[in-house]
Design a protein around this ligand. Sequence first.
Ligand SMILES: [Fe+2]
Length: 267
Amino acid sequence: MSRYTSDQYQAKQANANGWINYSADEHLIWSELYQAQISLVNRHMVKEYIEGLTHINMPSHRIPQCSEISEKLKNINGWQVEPVPALIGYDRFFNMLANKRFPAASFIRSRADFDYVKEPDIFHEIFGHAPLLTHNCVANFSQHIGKLGQNMPSENHSWLARLYWFTIEFGLIKNNNNEIVPMGSGLASSPTELIYASNSAKPRRKLFDVMDVLTTPYRIDIKQPIYYVLESFEQLTEITQRDLLADIEQAKSLGLQAPHHMLAQAC
Ligand SMILES: [Fe+2]
């Protein structure tokens, strides 16, 4: 999601054709990230992500332009990737998803933030998100979240955002062998958190439950202390068939749970 303030990174401005210029060193950072991550995602990510990566066939040695990725996605299911400033609000975020436009922050992380950058950068947006935007369950879920967000009071946006965070951004999922594997974009684009989410005994892994997810706070600046596990991609479709507005009202009446990172520190 592209909604965080950044005091370190400046948004790149696209020209009239939506084209962004990057320096040779920025292209080199992409190349280094790609080389570091490609073997890890092949080893750990859910196979549907890998299939999407093949469909997108993004460049490995330079930062792709959003228009290049959009050409691939448009042919598959009509989605597009559109450059946005590093900071956009929920209103714009949900409006874009509702219109099958994925907002892509345009800057690329520095080498100091190689393993994880709390503000989403172009590597996270393209390498992390684009592959599974080819999957209809993910694409339709994202659009549905966007439409719900468009039509709800802004005070409810952060509640809705947790559904997105614990699925599209940092979700785990059961594969065909009933093994729990990473599917989230924040995992696909983070060398260290992908391994942590796959192998570490430290984070909690809970089966996905709408009310549990809606009431679980998260932080963007640490490895996730808790991951939710989808039974399948079809579960995303089942979630869209619920009355999520009623779920959010119920969640609001229950209130947020204690932050899991605080519980972890207390143990
Ligand atoms: Fe993201």
